[in-house]
Design a protein around this ligand. Structure first.
Ligand code: 5GP
Length: 337
């Protein structure tokens, strides 16, 4: 057994210190950011916020709203090929909407990606490989095989929380790595398994490692308030993924539940009993639920929240003289609180 005495940090453990700023107005901040995918060579441009590929978050409706703000969406992996084709034909922008896969056969991945190109005449720009435990060997093999088939396709893979995990996935051919285990708002992993890593430290340590590959980290999980998004960028994240913060909006497509004269919508973890029952007909004997179900009061259309997020990011930038999101990292000093 190895025991580290170093204290690890969550978003709530730190604040970003203000500094002298030449930015006199939030209007002077530009949030559209260029991100180079080092392996596929994609020059991505947009606001590096990503909706999580959860049932009531990463919907096509969410993607259509997010793309208007140049934000991205890891689309839930439970949509059919026909539903994808239909949405692309109705204007779903593939620069912002990324297809998600789990631990699938590479032949399935190949066929799905190829069918999209054949049937819509449009190519996916990037895909997300998402499994709760990104350390398993079979996962790296899937990334390697996919990379061989699609050298110019953006590949984001996760989740891991340590430099060792970053190395493994980048060496397998990913452009960026999704970081976060045990931090999600409806995640039960730390309680169930004792496994996890405080999110801010995970992002700091993984971002440091991924610089060796010119890759980027997608900070996934634990954002409860807009300030946490700024802290994730300050810690070095390239993208910040949001689950709970985008839940319960109209575009989540979760039905309204009326309770005590108020409107609520459901959000459940993708490893919860609810998700496993919906998608796999129940919790398999050898598994247990690692996610919760929560009710969140209805928040209306997501554009209000998205405008709040953009306003908050601009405000962070003016406090630390950052003209853009990249400069948040360069100009930030954290203090422990
Ligand atoms: P949030 O933004 O809500 O804090 O976190 C969203 C992230 O939580 C997701 O992107 C995913 O990585 C993680 N997550 C979603 N569902 C589950 C689950 O059932 N179990 C676990 N362990 N993590 C989950």
């Amino acid at each position: 057994m190895f025991y580290s005495k170093e204290k690890k940090l969550n978003f709530k453990d730190v604040l970003i210190v203000p500094k002298l700023s030449k930015l006199n107005s939030r209007k002077d901040v530009f949030l559209d950011t260029k991100i180079i995918f080092p392996v596929s060579g994609i020059n991505w441009e947009g606001v590096p916020i990503m909706a999580s590929n959860m049932d009531y978050v990463g919907t096509f409706e969410m993607g259509l709203s997010l793309q208007k703000f140049h934000m991205t969406n890891a689309v839930s992996k439970f949509y059919s090929l026909d539903a994808w084709i239909n949405s692309i034909n109705k204007g779903l922008d593939l620069n912002y909407n990324f297809m998600t896969f789990g631990l699938e056969k590479v032949s399935n991945v190949y066929e799905t990606i190829s069918s999209i190109s054949q049937k819509t005449n449009k190519n996916l720009s990037a895909i997300v490989f998402d499994i709760p435990n990104g350390y398993i060997e079979k996962f790296s093999s899937l990334i390697k095989e996919t990379r061989k088939e699609f050298p110019k396709l953006g590949i984001i893979a996760g989740n891991v929380v340590t430099p060792e995990g970053i190395k493994q996935l980048m060496d397998s051919g990913a452009d960026g790595v999704k970081v976060g285990i045990g931090s999600g708002g409806v995640c039960d992993t730390t309680e169930t398994t004792g496994i996890g890593y405080p999110q801010l430290s995970a992002v700091i340590e993984c971002s440091e490692e991924i610089k060796n590959y010119n890759g980027f980290v997608v900070s996934d999980g634990g954002v409860k308030i807009t300030g946490d998004i700024s802290k994730a960028f300050a810690a070095g994240a390239g993208f910040v993924m949001l689950g709970s913060l985008l839940a319960a909006h109209k575009e989540s497509m979760a039905p309204i539940i009326r309770k005590d004269n108020k409107n609520y919508r459901e959000l459940y973890g993708m490893s919860s009993a609810q998700a496993m029952t919906k998608h796999y007909g129940g919790v398999a004997d050898y598994r247990t639920s690692e996610g919760k179900l929560i009710l969140v009061e209805d928040r209306g259309p997501v554009k209000i929240t998205l405008n709040n997020i953009l306003g908050a990011l601009r405000s962070t930038c003016t406090y630390i003289d950052a003209k853009n999101i990249g400069e948040i990292y360069q100009n930030s000093s954290f203090i422990l609180i």
